[in-house]
Design a protein around this ligand. Sequence first.
Ligand code: OGA
Ligand code: MN
Length: 282
Amino acid sequence: MAAINVTELDGLGVELSGLDLRALTESDFAMIQAHFSEHGVIFFRDQSLSEADHLDFARRWGDVNVNRFFAALPDFPQIALVAKEPDQADNIGGGWHTDHSYDHEPALGSILVARELPDAGGDTMFASMYKAYETLDEETKAEIEHLKAVHSGKHIFGTESSTYYQNSDAGNGRIGNPEKADELTDPVHPVVITHPLRGKKALYVNPAFTVRFEHQTKEESEPLLSKLYAHVMKGDFQTRFKWRKGSVAMWDNRSTWHWALNDYQGHRRIMHRVTVEGCALN
Ligand code: OGA
Ligand code: MN
């Protein structure tokens, strides 16, 4: 087998090459886990994963989540379809977010496999929430140290006419179950979490699903949330991943944000996502 190469990317993440995700030894997998925990996002190139291989790789990490809102592949209920057709204007994941923060036990991570790509565009941005936390000024760190925030998926996936998916064509036929979103009980998570694997502090609020700080109204929460978001969006700890045929990305939902760029109007982009269950955050 070819030598395993590890390339650290600017901002965050590593690209691992020389590995076949269908044939990992225990020590390969341990090495991958260590990079995942350290860097928050890991990228693989030139893979040839079938749907079953994709699931097998995901199961090495833990239980697989069956997504409540995304359409699944007909033969693989555990693989969510993240697709945009040429006639759709909006996309799934088209703003900074982290998956599943609206759950009481947010997913550990997601494994995305590129199936069909536009000729140009359709990159994914990632941001490090470890670095976001580390680079805050001491005053802000002290201000958020003991704060908690309420997260929700209702305004994104729910039935209300104002939700994201009721107001865009991103979900056409692919996002469903809005009644289930209405019934979610909104969790409260610390604003600064200690990462369950790495034991390191990360900023854990995001513009898509964080609604407000606990014991504050949305209006009261807005100035500080906006300040934290602006800090992440400055771009000092981001990376931009260019997909190719055979590319696979796995991100840590607890220590990163991501954003699917929507700059390929009129073209198709088909991705398959498997999400691994996580745990409560402290
Ligand atoms: C997702 C997502 C990013 C992309 O699947 O959760 O945000 O680039 N996808 O498709
Ligand atoms: Mn996402």
